[in-house]
Design a protein around this ligand. Structure first.
Ligand SMILES: Nc1ncnc2c1ncn2[C@@H]1O[C@H](COP(=O)(O)OP(=O)(O)O)[C@@H](O)[C@H]1O
Ligand SMILES: [Mg+2]
Length: 366
């Protein structure tokens, strides 16, 4: 039988720092620009929720979940889906919940193994399919390979569960360390987490959640909002091959270069996207004011940024408009002005569902 892997000592990886330097400086430069944009956003929770939502979708997509951003948003507005789709949507909503909870938690405490288990419990809450063991580190030997493959056919065999805890503790120490370079440190943490593969399932998603959390903890970012899954999803096979090479060929250098390039590219994209969203928000303020001629115009705009697909009941809740006719009149004015589109007309008890296409287009694009 092939043997389980013995993870490397993280303080002795023989890195060629000179070769890494251009990668770290480009990645840091782009992250700095993105951070500058973040600092300028007064209400990032609202404005950047499309970016967070998309991360939840893409990180889950790497795992094989097929549901799209539009399906998640439609579901939340009350659109019906079959059971299979509902389960996938549920996983994505769990992902977002765990991510946002982690971001909140980090304001008070650093990343710990306990936090990682808590986030795992949220990710796996009420998820179908055997063997999920929410919030628990594994007690069995696992392996990575084609679906249904035996351990003999495995591509990679993570450490034996008996020694696993020791490597998790070392990883925790490494996370806490003041390392030479936080981005290189993060690259190592993500890979080592995947190598240890401490859970029965959800290791990839938990490992990707650590990215914004860690950058925030180390003060690289002012807010824990920065996501890499778009790049990993695009380069899926390379992402997995680079991770495999860490244990198969001790190619930490290749992994770290790949990871730093991912940061550079995604920071640039996150920055462009955040700016587009901010630009849209600014430009729509007066449009909404003119169309609705209401003191609630700004509240209406905020509601549509928070939920770019929403039903009229949510709209009332989010805007705080008590009167139904007032809410209906505002929605109607926005619809007639071409700002929102009716997706489903209200009927009986089910409220009408509206979409805000201008934001959806930015949110779902690169
Ligand atoms: N050869 C490998 N070595 C280490 N980690 C790997 C390897 N191949 C894939 N991975 C990681 O394992 C993840 C899949 O593990 P899994 O527990 O199913 O996580 P999830 O359910 O979140 O996808 C991938 O997303 C990737 O991060
Ligand atoms: Mg999985």
């Amino acid at each position: 039988m092939p043997l389980p892997c013995i993870p490397d000592n993280l303080n002795n990886l023989n890195l060629d720092w000179q070769k890494l330097a251009p990668f770290t400086s480009k990645a840091m430069h782009e992250l700095g620009r993105y951070d500058g944009t973040l600092r300028g956003i007064v209400n990032p929770g609202v404005l950047l929720s499309p970016i967070t939502n998309r991360e939840a979708v893409l990180s889950s997509q790497i795992e094989g979940t097929q549901a799209t951003l539009l399906e998640v948003l439609n579901h939340e507005a009350g659109q019906e889906y079959d059971e299979l789709k509902r389960n996938e949507i549920h996983e994505i909503i769990n992902y977002r919940h765990a991510l946002l909870t982690g971001e909140e938690y980090l304001k008070e405490r650093p990343i710990t193994l306990q936090l990682i288990r808590q986030l795992h419990a949220m990710l796996m809450q009420d998820v179908r399919g055997g063997d999920k063991t929410p919030g628990k580190f594994r007690e069995d030997q696992n392996w990575i390979g084609k679906k249904g493959s035996t351990i003999e056919q495995a591509r990679f065999i993570p450490p034996n569960p008996v020694v696993m805890q020791e490597y998790l503790t070392k990883l925790q120490t490494f996370i806490d360390e003041d390392y030479f370079d936080p981005l290189v440190q993060l690259a190592i943490i993500h890979a080592q987490f995947e190598v240890i593969h401490p859970f029965n399932d959800g290791n990839g998603r938990l490992g990707r959640m650590l990215v914004p959390l860690f950058l925030f903890q180390k003060g690289v970012l002012q807010r824990p909002m920065f996501y890499l899954s778009e790049y990993f999803e695009e380069t899926d096979q390379i992402y997995r091959d680079k991770l495999l090479a860490v244990t198969a060929a001790k190619d930490w250098q290749g992994w770290i270069e790949f990871f730093l390039r991912a940061i550079q590219i995604q920071a640039e994209r996150n920055n462009n996207k955040a700016k587009s969203i901010l630009g849209l928000y600014e430009s729509k303020k007066s449009v909404f004011r003119d169309l609705t001629k209401s003191k609630f115009s700004q509240a209406a705009l905020d509601a549509l940024f928070k939920k770019p697909i929403l039903n009229s009941t949510d709209f009332q809740k989010l805007t705080g408009i008590d009167s139904r006719p007032t809410a209906t009149a505002i929605l109607k004015a926005l619809q007639q002005g071409g700002e929102i589109r009716l997706l489903r007309a209200g009927a009986g008890r089910s409220p009408g569902i509206f979409a805000f296409p201008a934001l959806l287009e930015i949110a779902d694009g690169k």
